[in-house]
Design a protein around this ligand. Sequence first.
Ligand code: ADP
Ligand code: MG
Length: 230
Amino acid sequence: MNSYLLYMDRVSKTYAGQRTKTAPVLSGFCLGLRPGEALGLSGPSGSGKSTIAKIILGVEPPDSGQVFFKDRLVSDSKKRPGRLFYRRVQMVWQDPFVYLNPFLPVRTSIIEPMAAFGIDSVRDRQNRADELMQAMGLDPALGSCRPGMLSGGQCQRAAIARALSVSPDLLICDEALSGLDLPLQVDIMEHLTSIRKKLGMALLFISHDRDCTTRMCTRIITFPDSIPFR
Ligand code: ADP
Ligand code: MG
């Protein structure tokens, strides 16, 4: 287990409403993700991909099994992981408006996590936000615009820049590019891969689109015939 950044050990999950009729969403699911690795999670809608992301982040408790991050148990319902875990693991969902305040310039939303964790001086945060926008293919001049003035793709670039601002060890993208046109997806994936390699950050890239996961990741777990890890 020592070489894993994230390790899920025999995780099972059935949602309360389903107990009588359906099979568990997850049954003895195992996953090992190494530092700096890009791992894809692919499978049809409803196969349990988002449930895995939610269990890692503690949004949903597992019925059984454990989740370890850097060898520390983070799935203990009695003792939640500390603040540092939520800096080390960042998440991007499909809807960028979960992260971008509609009333504030996008640069402010990108800076917000850095300010919350007390990273850098005010000026350095501004510079880092601009560097990250650039690295994600978003013109820093757009940083002063509100999200409503930007396209969906530009907002998602900003949402990813925001997640990267705190230098996470792991970024989880759950269908983060699924609403976008293919050329846009490809461009964002190329920017993200380049910055991911530069930062040495691990990625858990969840998508129903296997082509996307293949492009982004060196290893892919496919549902429902999951091969836990090699
Ligand atoms: P995916 O991300 O692969 O589309 P999900 O993890 O979102 O799959 O969902 C897996 C299954 O669990 C689906 O059948 C879904 O309807 C069900 N499910 C997800 N969340 C809940 C919930 N909060 N309550 C009841 N059932 C749920
Ligand atoms: Mg999902």
